[in-house]
Design a protein around this ligand. Sequence first.
Ligand code: HEC
Ligand code: HEC
Ligand code: HEC
Ligand code: HEC
Ligand code: HEC
Length: 232
Amino acid sequence: MANIFPRWTNLLPFQVVICLGALATGVVAAFWYYATPKAQRVGYQPNQPIPYDHQLHVEQLGLDCRYCHSFVEHSGHANVPTANTCWNCHKAVKTDSPKLEPLRRAVDTNYENYDGQPIKWVRVHKSPDYVYFNHSAHVNRGISCQSCHGDVNKMEVVYQAESHSMGWCLDCHRNPEENLRPLEEVFNMNYDAEKYLAENPIEGVESVKDLGKHLKEVYGVKPKESCSTCHR
Ligand code: HEC
Ligand code: HEC
Ligand code: HEC
Ligand code: HEC
Ligand code: HEC
């Protein structure tokens, strides 16, 4: 008996599956990109056990981020400092302030309510467990804390300034040059690219835009976009 359908239709189910699959992926990808609630976590600002003020300690006292977040250059995870880091100063400064009571509880062995338990800071930024993120991979390639956490140096109380959604990560992975800084400026919260260029002229670099492209080249920056980069 002759075939009713021509031979090529044997492939049809396969093609249909591919097309539907591509369509579904496209729709789902578009959904993630546009519908992940960008604003959902922006502005999240939990109360902390001690009203620690970045504006005061960073902007006024001039402390470097790495004085407290000392792992950030060396490890995937940034750390919040131990009570001893605070005690370096506060054993002598404002020791009797009621705001510092939880600190004394944690470190001051002479304090009547001393219990030696770490201060229970409330986590502000948290990616879902299925996301792999790495601080040192960014900080050592010219991406500043400021690009991802905002103007922390002006925050009396830390809040989430950027969405940290997948679309947000990818926006920068596609165009990193807009956020690249010379490595020595990564921790400078008052970085000004124009001023930097005026003080450090580079041959062939005329504008801030050129500077980004230049750094991308000299640092060999090529952020990946494959799924396994961030989901492993
Ligand atoms: C004297 C110590 C100290 C210095 C200096 C410091 N921080 Fe912090 N930082 C803390 C402490 C303590 C917390 C946890 C309490 C809080 O969120 O306010 C924190 C929290 C944070 C968080 C939120 C962490 C989370 O839970 O998601 C970010 C982001 C941050 N700091 C960035 C910076 C940046 C950027 C700098 C430099 C401009 C800096 N910090 C300088 C002590 C410090
Ligand atoms: C380099 C020294 C230094 C370090 C380290 C430091 N502080 Fe301070 N802190 C100060 C100074 C100076 C003041 C301002 C005192 C004043 O207003 O006279 C201050 C003020 C404060 C105040 C306000 C106290 C009040 O009664 O007004 C709090 C709360 C505080 N610090 C918490 C912390 C915490 C928590 C840490 C550790 C994460 C920390 N500090 C680390 C020097 C430091
Ligand atoms: C490329 C974006 C990016 C840069 C640059 C960046 N962070 Fe983060 N940071 C994040 C993300 C995303 C999280 C949440 C990570 C998680 O939950 O695993 C985070 C979390 C943190 C935390 C909470 C502890 C942790 O590791 O989860 C601290 C503290 C922190 N960052 C400080 C800093 C400081 C200080 C700098 C600059 C020296 C910095 N970050 C630079 C994106 C960034
Ligand atoms: C402001 C720009 C920027 C943002 C935002 C950003 N990245 Fe990156 N990312 C980079 C750059 C630049 C590199 C380094 C690429 C290279 O080394 O060539 C990188 C590298 C990485 C790497 C590779 C690390 C390794 O071990 O090789 C991972 C994983 C990563 N990013 C995850 C994320 C995630 C997850 C987010 C969002 C939560 C994010 N990134 C947001 C710029 C960014
Ligand atoms: C640069 C880092 C990065 C890359 C590359 C990346 N993702 Fe994601 N992805 C994220 C982050 C961050 C989140 C968490 C978003 C959130 O919390 O809002 C996420 C969330 C998701 C989710 C959960 C959906 C949702 O909206 O909560 C899925 C599914 C996912 N990604 C699949 C993928 C696939 C498939 C690819 C490859 C095409 C991919 N991701 C590439 C960073 C990345």
